[in-house]
Design a protein around this ligand. Structure first.
Ligand code: 26Q
Length: 768
């Protein structure tokens, strides 16, 4: 560890000496997963260590299993940022992560009688071995108070008074690039009180909670990820989290910058520094950098603005209206008054520019303004205050341009681009599927590890019987490993020779786990009454967490578990199909699941999944995608062709049309559909009484709220596609060939490619 720390300093010194442009990747989430094995692989030491420990009678993998998997994130966005750090370090980009050190990660999920139980994820309790505290680099972050104006020698000044201070203490986690040449870091900040005191008087009067109040209030800021924001207090806390991350992160950046370039080279900052904001959660980077340049460094507005926009770039990860951040303006003004003043001024100038340059001022201001109807819209701030905006898959970027950010796009088309997501092939293939990695290396040599597009070399084995058989054997081995994990965790025995059909991701209505569960219930009904025969047994595997307050998603978990009970306890049906819900989906569980899949379920309502990255992980491990034309499924299907994946369902245009025209009526649709009448009836007619529940929430979403995610509308097409795909499984030659082609085409989805595109089009760390 000490040597790694030294190498990290050496890497930084090299970047400093060469004046390499640095990228600071700000993100609320970093799902880095376990690191020990990753470090050893990237340092080229894994074999030596495994052997050395084994000589001592210690199994390395038992040891590695004991490491905590930090839950510093909730889903795709958080894992993406971790893959990006890995790719930046591995491809020689001076990229550093900036985030928060949450005391509790996203909850640990237990399933009890089919219900999700949330338990605190206290990942720091026994200390986290990879982090290094840097108390000497802690900075003060100011909240609340008022801002006074001064007028001195013709220059307007601002003095922030009466604020509360919190200390942001950095902890650095090393990020070891492949080959061990570059070691960068993820810097996460923890909030602490400025001085570690208690109110002695209150304490001695027995008012212990009051005595500690300041400390608790400060520490609450980095206590948990995404606190409930239904109440104003929750929203204030989230604003504080975001501002603390940004203010402390920017202070770190400026300290490095001044040490290299001095304190009067601000105009050159865009040449030397990129600040990338991962969704809008770090959008305060824009007003905060303005604040420092204006108030602390004494720059004029126009100069500070050019620098800020030159430095900042922004990625959007969602088009769902409820996930677009907006804050009540009066709340912002209260919590971060100087920052709010700057946002107001950015907004005022932007609206003035609209008045001068475009017609239809009123509508343009309503669509593109930052502050509208008393709310401050963080996406619009992020677009206006950055030099580049991207989406995360082709269809998503298209929707941003044609719909969500249309007016911005028309004003400034060159500012928008697509950067299709990627995944670390080192973690999700080399590390988590070693048998497959060695088969690949046996066929095409080692070069794919550094240059994943070389996986395409596998294609020439598409008709090679012996390679295809080895591929099937490798898959079977992974399935056996997952089967034993399932048996250990849930006591359910699954047949390794059945099809492993897997859907793992956050539980969300638009991801339509419900559609998958309906398919299983349909199979149950059909197998029971003899109307369906399956050519091949199948295990349906689900895993994913529902947000704590998201009742519908939790009901879907209970529904899946209830269907599982019905299926698994039925003598006839359970011979043909099984259903498993694996609890506590997280990076390390995910790594065991992807290698074992035959069918990858990517069935979101078209137009709603920005990209998806699980789809890529499954594909890279040889699973066949069963999906809608949504997110990166579009790129997957184009790359492998329709012979090697199965696309079904409404297109994004059809979904948009159906929503606009209101032609779809779910009740009417179901009333003419025997199968769906039966299934929607079973939700509430006592069919599930034995598991103690009816599913009125699901029933009402479908029948009274008109099935807004088109679960019922896509049902026939989905089931038809699934039947075709599962029939193909019987022809092992065809299936294994499909699997091999998926692996061969998956090099495109390495995050090394994604990062190279960000660098080429946005960051330009190698110069233009
Ligand atoms: C917003 C407002 C208030 C509270 C929370 C949020 C919030 C929190 C997290 C909004 C969004 C997120 C996370 C989004 C996310 O994970 N998006 C996923 O990003 C992946 C990487 O680009 C994509 O592959 C997925 O399609 C996308 O859903």
């Amino acid at each position: 560890m000490r040597e790694t720390a030294e190498d990290k300093e050496n890497t930084m010194s090299r970047f400093v000496k060469n004046k390499t442009k640095m990228v600071f990747y700000f993100s609320m989430e970093f799902l880095i997963g376990k690191l020990l094995e990753n470090y050893l692989i990237n340092l080229g030491l894994l074999d030596v260590v495994v052997k050395g420990l084994s000589d001592l009678g210690i199994d390395f993998y038992d040891l590695a299993e004991m490491e905590n998997d930090p839950g510093l994130g909730s889903g795709g966005l958080g894992r993406l940022s971790a893959c990006f750090l890995d790719s930046m370090a591995s491809t020689g980009i001076a990229g550093y992560g900036v985030g928060l050190r949450f005391r509790f990660g996203l909850f640990k999920q237990r399933i009890d009688n089919g219900y999700q139980i949330e338990q605190p994820d206290a990942w720091l309790t026994n200390e986290y071995p990879w982090e290094m505290a840097k108390p000497s680099e802690a900075v003060e972050v100011k909240f609340g108070g008022v801002v006074d104006r001064t007028y001195d020698n013709g220059k307007l000044g601002f003095i922030h008074k009466g604020y509360d201070s919190v200390l942001a203490v950095p902890y650095d986690i090393p990020i070891v690039g492949y080959g061990g040449k570059n070691i960068t870091s993820l810097r996460i900040f923890q909030a602490l009180p400025m001085d570690d005191t208690v109110d002695m008087q209150a304490f001695n009067n027995g008012k212990y909670a009051e005595a500690m109040a300041k400390k608790s209030e400060a520490e609450a800021i980095t206590c948990i990820l995404y606190p409930e924001d239904g109440q104003p207090s929750g929203r204030v806390l989230r604003i504080k989290q975001e501002y603390l991350m940004v203010s402390a992160g920017i202070a770190s950046i400026l300290r490095i910058y001044e040490s290299i370039y001095g304190n009067d080279a601000w105009a050159d900052m865009p040449k030397h520094v990129s600040i990338h904001i991962n969704d809008t959660h770090p959008a305060f980077c824009i007003p905060e950098l303005m604040r420092v340049l204006l108030d602390d460094k004494g720059l004029e507005w126009d100069d500070a603005w050019d620098i800020t926009r030159g430095v900042v770039s922004y990625t959007n990860h969602t088009v769902l209206p409820e996930a677009l951040e907006k804050w009540p303006s009066d709340m912002l003004q209260h919590v971060v008054p100087r920052i709010y003043m700057i946002i107001e001024e950015i907004d005022r100038r932007f609206k003035e520019m609209l008045r001068n340059e475009l017609g239809d001022w009123y509508n343009n201001c309503r669509n593109m303004g930052i502050i509208v109807d008393g709310m401050t819209r963080m996406a619009n701030l992020s677009i206006i205050g950055s030099h580049h905006v991207n989406g995360v898959a082709e269809i998503h970027s298209q929707i941003l341009k044609a719909d969500l950010f249309k007016d911005f796009y028309l004003m400034n088309p060159d500012k928008f681009s697509n950067k299709t997501n990627g995944i670390s092939h080192r973690r999700f293939l080399m590390q988590s599927n070693k048998p497959l990695a060695s088969l690949i290396t046996d066929c095409i040599g080692e070069s794919w590890k550094k240059d994943p597009e070389k996986l395409s070399g596998l294609e020439k084995y598409a008709n090679d019987k012996s390679v295809l058989e080895k591929l099937a054997a490798v898959k079977r081995e992974s399935k056996a490993r997952l089967a034993s994990y399932i048996s250990k965790k849930s006591g359910i025995d699954v047949d390794v020779d059945s099809i492993f059909d897997i859907q793992v991701k956050r539980m969300h209505a638009y991801k339509r786990q419900l559609l998958n569960a309906f398919k299983v219930l349909w199979l149950y009904n059909g197998i029971k009454d003899g109307s369906v025969t399956l050519p091949h047994p199948c295990v349906f595997i689900f895993s994913g967490k529902a947000a704590q307050g998201y009742h519908f998603a939790k009901e879907v978990i209970k529904f899946i578990c209830s269907v599982a009970d019905k299926v698994n306890s039925d003598e006839k049906v359970s011979k043909v199909i099984k259903v498993v819900f694996i609890e506590n989906f997280c990076v390390s569980v995910a790594q065991q699941i992807y290698p074992a899949a035959d069918i990858s379920e990517q069935i979101s309502t078209a137009g709603m999944e920005a990209s998806g990255t699980g789809n890529m992980k499954f594909m890279m491990n040889g699973a066949i995608t069963l999906g809608t034309l949504d997110g990166a499924n579009v790129e997957i299907s184009r790359l492998v062709g329709n012979d090697n994946c199965k696309i079904f369902g409404m297109t994004a245009e059809e979904v948009a049309h159906a929503l606009r025209s209101r032609e779809y009526n779910s009740r009417q649709f179901v009333s003419g559909h025997g199968t769906l009448s039966k299934i929607t009836g079973q939700l509430v007619d006592g069919f599930f009484n034995s598991s103690g529940q009816s599913f009125w929430g699901i029933h009402d979403a479908l029948m009274s709220r008109n099935d807004e995610f088109f679960v019922l509308k896509d049902f026939d097409s989905y089931v038809g596609a699934w039947m075709e795909l599962s029939n193909t499984y019987g022809d092992s030659k065809v299936w294994n060939r499909m699997s091999l082609i998926n692996i061969a085409k998956s090099g495109f989805f390495s995050s090394d490619r994604t990062i190279a595109e960000y660098d080429r089009d946005i960051w330009n760390t190698k110069g233009v």
